[in-house]
Ligand binder design. Structure first.
Ligand SMILES: NC(=O)c1ccc[n+]([C@@H]2O[C@H](COP(=O)([O-])OP(=O)(O)OC[C@H]3O[C@@H](n4cnc5c(N)ncnc54)[C@H](O)[C@@H]3O)[C@@H](O)[C@H]2O)c1
Length: 390
């Protein structure tokens, strides 16, 4: 655990490394796009999120924040509250408790919402207020939830995850790296020669697969979409059938945005010692309640270091990392994705919120990708920064 001033210096280290956000913050202090507005945010409260909130604040916003399930870092909450951003709540796995915090934010009628998973917009729909201008949604899971609600929402909501630069910088490169880093930190095991199965070959699955391969694992991909399955094969991964893959896997990772893609029926298939890891946004890709309730499970040995062991009647043991919550953001001392990747993704957030605040996008842009002009602007700024370093 990082304590007191160490925690502060870690957050300040991260803020200093968020160079794109730093430049946007300097500009926002002059242009004040959010002057007089409140922004309600429901995004992971960890050091990189802090850098984003403070950037929005520099643009004149009053920022009120709560975290996501099981990823809130108390040090981040404390730091925000010390720096004029109201941060509500703390680490929780309790959906009702988090919903109550979201409701506290919505009661302040923020003009802009920065959501991560769609639940803040869904709760706004339960009690809509007309002052909401719109906002952003960070994730694929949120897009899937909100797209069918477009007719009811009728406000601009820009989906950050659908930006091509977010796709390659964060989803493909950074999540793969941080997943390998988290796996090794939590288990202290090597990846060499391990038989790894990745479920899902979207941007996130692609990054996980290549990063485990680059760390000398033998990687197989399970993907429902036949075109992506073929792409995995062309990228050099095995694409076995599901049952054969699960029977021999040492490590099984989920990155599908789906539900119960690994569940109690798989317990009979999994090999002794198999390690289950979720990387998807919601803690539902591995059906943890279903696994725990299975008659095959004889004993559960929870560990406070992020590894839970299920002992099966068959004599085998299966391990679960971080209770099925996102492995790179849950568990002991999570670092999340690299600072640079989040600096890019959060710069998209800042620019998209600016576009909504200034009325540059209208209700027709409800649950749509980031406008191309914003992708181009953030890319240019990044390349210029990198060129300046040369
Ligand atoms: N942990 C993190 O830091 C982090 C960061 C970004 C995104 N995410 C999350 O990762 C997940 C994946 O994101 P993405 O952008 O790659 O999504 P995506 O929609 O591009 O890809 C998911 C893929 O999974 C496949 N799939 C669905 N159900 C499946 C099943 N039962 N078996 C095999 N394949 C299946 C789909 O066909 C799809 O191709 C999402 O939940 C997203 O929110 C996590």
């Amino acid at each position: 655990m990082i304590e007191g001033s160490d925690r502060r210096s870690r957050i300040e280290w991260v803020i200093r490394q968020c160079r794109l956000l730093g430049a946007i913050g300097d500009e926002f202090e002059r242009t004040r796009p959010f002057a007089g507005m409140t922004i309600g945010t429901g995004i992971h409260l960890e050091a990189k999120g802090v850098a984003l909130m403070l950037t929005l604040q520099r643009g004149g916003a009053r920022v009120i924040s709560t975290g996501n399930l099981n990823s809130t870092q108390p040090g981040a909450v404390e730091y925000l509250n010390e720096h004029g951003v109201e941060a509500i709540g703390g680490p929780t796995q309790d959906v009702a408790e988090r919903n109550a915090w979201i409701d506290q934010i919505l009661a302040r009628k923020p003009e802009l919402i920065l959501d991560n998973g769609g639940d803040m917009y869904v709760r706004w729909l339960g009690r809509p207020y007309p002052e909401l201008l719109g906002g952003t949604e960070e994730t694929t899971s949120g897009r899937i939830l909100l797209a069918p609600l477009r007719e009811r929402i009728r406000k601009p909501i820009l989906v950050i995850n659908d930006s091509p630069i977010k796709q390659f910088a964060e989803n493909r490169h950074a999540v793969g790296q941080s997943t390998v880093e988290s796996f090794m930190r939590l288990t202290n095991m090597s990846t060499n020669g391990r038989r790894v199965v990745v479920l899902g070959y979207g941007g996130v699955g692609k990054g996980i697969a290549i990063n485990f391969r680059n760390n000398h694992a033998q990687v197989a991909v399970l993907e429902l979409d036949p075109v992506l399955r073929m792409e995995a094969l062309w990228d050099g991964f095995a694409v076995p059938d599901r049952e054969a893959a699960l029977r021999t896997a040492d490590i099984v990772l989920t990155a599908t945005a789906g539900q119960s893609v690994i569940g109690p029926n798989d317990l009979e298939l999994l090999a002794d010692g198999a390690i289950l890891v979720n990387v998807g946004h919601l803690p539902v890709e591995i059906d943890v309640p279903g696994l725990l309730a299975s008659p095959l499970v004889e004993a559960v040995a929870p560990a406070d270091d992020g590894i839970t062991t299920l002992r099966l009647a068959t004599g085998r043991s299966i391990h679960l990392l971080t209770d099925g919550h996102m492995v790179n953001l849950a568990g002991p001392r999570p670092l999340g994705n690299s600072i640079e990747s989040m600096d890019i993704g959060f710069s998209l957030q800042a620019r998209c919120l600016e576009a909504v605040a200034l009325g540059r996008v209208g209700a027709e842009s409800c649950v749509v990708p980031v406008p191309r002009s914003i992708d181009e602007g953030v890319s240019r700024a990044w390349v210029e920064l990198a060129a300046g370093d040369a």
